[in-house]
Design a protein around this ligand. Structure first.
Ligand SMILES: NC(=O)C1=CN([C@@H]2O[C@H](COP(=O)(O)OP(=O)(O)OC[C@H]3O[C@@H](n4cnc5c(N)ncnc54)[C@H](OP(=O)(O)O)[C@@H]3O)[C@@H](O)[C@H]2O)[C@@H](O)CC1
Ligand SMILES: [K+]
Length: 514
């Protein structure tokens, strides 16, 4: 299991190593520096062959200490190294001071921001940002922002940019840039970020991936963590996704409620996704006026007329209908009519799109009807309508580090709703009401910007519904569906439209050994 740590959890891991005698701070710092050097040599092979030049910016804490180790290791490889320190050597914590002093036997240290700003001194090289890492408590002031700007000036175009642990200015817990008192919101923009022991939430959430560039995690010999509040990074599902015998009713029967005439496409997309992910049967619940339209478009999918709440309640007397999906193209009036009846039936239920927006005026009425078998799948706008106070905490500037994160807010939303909440985005956050949280990241090598296309969200809702019809619990269904959704988009590639997603699933499932 890959976990994403907060700054505090990282410090706890470090303290545990000190307490058990497994490592000293100086040893961890040495390994951190070695990790950065080997990651940068691996990333850009030519640097491993011919010594280059480096500009290393060291901050006033242990992130700066890592910078001094990197300076020493690169200089030993024959690199031309210039080191800059923000603040005074006297103020450095002990391990950083030790490495500062070791470096001083090999080269000089210039002061930031007073000395002349760093100059490129050659067409190529590496800029190393070791100003701030997990200890960032406030935004970068104008002086530091000015230094970062000077490193983007003319002459640095051919230079690689490496951040130690985190790009300075970026919050380890939230992936948000911290805003300084004067309103400056600066951060180092890296090509490669090298972190230690485990990735931090901030590498994946919000603006994290944009500022990190690529991400490498160096092993510095700390023990794996096992605290329950850890956030996991969603990866290939451990569930058996293939069918192992049985007939169609053994794999569940999903019901997807459709909107009216001319608005049935979204529900049909969701239904097809539910069928492709393995639900044994999928029925579309359609108002009379739209039946001809739907009938002309479906084959393996089934259809039943559902006009009003009574029709739905009557249909749900059939206990074999075990998972519901409401929202895609449903329309606000129909959502207000059908959602209470669906929730009263106590089935596994996905609420998306209109089924969420229809309750913007009275979210508490929705929350009181929800049950643990539900999954809400809002995008940012729908989340803001249902949880305006939580959303507002993410939309204003972050003034202090560590800042409140999307994980914090989705956890709070799940606790309030009493069910699983999935906030969509390239950094999808999924939280369960008991506080479990996971991040699904479609960033770095899994970036799929072409997934931002009409109807993609409807397919996701259908995948969750289909998995729940197969008996997967809401928490795992939300994670597995998100993973499959992005894998389908990756399999198809650019040019993707929502219709392609269900059609890409067989290849994705086969690739996962289903
Ligand atoms: N934990 C581990 O296991 C390992 C950790 N390691 C490394 O240590 C790093 C964490 O070190 P750290 O805790 O010393 O914090 P760091 O990021 O260097 O900064 C703290 C200093 O910056 C200051 N400061 C903050 N914001 C500021 C601002 N905007 N403008 C100006 N100043 C600001 C802050 O001042 P204060 O807030 O106290 O006033 C304090 O002086 C971690 O990222 C990793 O690289 C590795 O060696 C391997 C093992
Ligand atoms: K840094």
């Amino acid at each position: 299991m890959t976990v994403l740590l907060t700054a505090r959890q990282m410090r706890d891991a470090e303290q545990a190593a000190f307490a058990s005698g497994a490592a000293t701070g100086a040893e961890l710092m040495e390994r951190a520096g070695e990790g950065v050097v080997s990651a940068l040599l691996n990333s850009w092979g030519e640097l491993a062959v011919v010594p280059s030049r480096a500009i290393i910016l060291c901050g006033p804490g242990n992130n700066g200490g890592d910078g001094f180790v990197i300076a020493r290791l690169l200089a030993r490889r024959g690199w031309a190294v210039r080191v800059f320190l923000l603040g005074q050597a006297d103020g450095l914590p002990p391990d950083a001071r030790l490495n500062h002093d070791r470096w001083c036997t090999m080269g000089d240290v210039r002061r930031l921001p007073f000395d002349t700003p760093p100059q490129p001194e050659g067409p190529s090289g590496v800029v190393v940002d070791a100003l701030f890492g997990t200890g960032l408590t406030r935004g970068l002031g104008p002086e530091v922002a000015g230094v970062l700007e000077s490193l983007e000036a003319q002459g640095f175009e051919g230079w690689y940019r490496v951040a130690v642990d985190l790009p300075s200015g970026l919050c380890a817990d939230s992936g948000r840039r911290i805003t300084a008192e004067d309103g400056t919101t600066a951060a180092f923009r890296a090509d490669l970020t090298v972190s230690f022991h485990a990735a931090k939430l901030g590498h994946y959430l919000d603006e994290g991936a944009e500022f990190c560039g690529a991400l490498a995690v160096a092993d510095i010999g700390l023990s794996p963590e096992a605290t329950p509040e850890l956030v996991r990074l969603v990866q290939a599902p451990a569930l058996p996704l293939g069918k192992r015998g049985g007939h169609k009713f053994d794999h569940g029967h999903a019901l997807v409620l459709s909107g009216g005439f001319g608005r049935t496409g979204a529900a049909r997309l969701a239904a097809r996704a539910a069928l492709r992910v393995g639900a044994g049967l999928v029925t579309l619940g359609v108002p009379g006026a739209a039946q001809m339209e739907v009938a002309a478009q479906i084959t393996a999918l089934m259809m039943r007329r559902i006009e009003a709440a009574d029709d739905l309640a009557q249909m749900l007397e059939d206990r074999r209908l075990n998972a519901l999906c409401l929202g895609p193209g449903l329309g606000a009036d129909r959502a207000r009519e059908l959602v209470p009846a669906a929730l009263a039936a106590g089935r596994a239920t996905v609420l998306d799109a209109d089924a969420l927006s229809a309750f913007s005026d009275a979210p508490d009425a929705l929350f009181s009807a929800l049950h643990p078998g539900c999954v809400l799948t809002p995008h940012g706008g729908e989340f803001a309508r249902l949880f305006p106070d939580l959303s507002a905490r993410l939309s204003g500037p972050a003034r202090r580090g560590p800042a409140v994160s999307r994980v914090d807010m989705v956890r709070a939303a799940a606790a309030r709703a009493g069910c699983t909440v999935l906030l969509k985005g390239p950094d999808t956050v999924i939280a369960a009401p008991d506080g479990d949280a996971a991040v699904h990241a479609a960033v770095y090598e899994r970036a799929t910007p072409w997934l931002a296309t009409a109807g993609a969200g409807d397919v996701l809702a259908g995948l969750i519904c289909g998995l729940m019809a197969r008996g997967v619990d809401p928490w795992r269904a939300a994670q597995t569906a998100t993973f499959l959704h992005v894998e389908a988009a990756r399999h198809h590639g650019p040019g993707l439209i929502a219709e392609d997603l269900p059609e890409a699933l067989p290849a994705v499932l086969r690739g996962l050994g289903a």
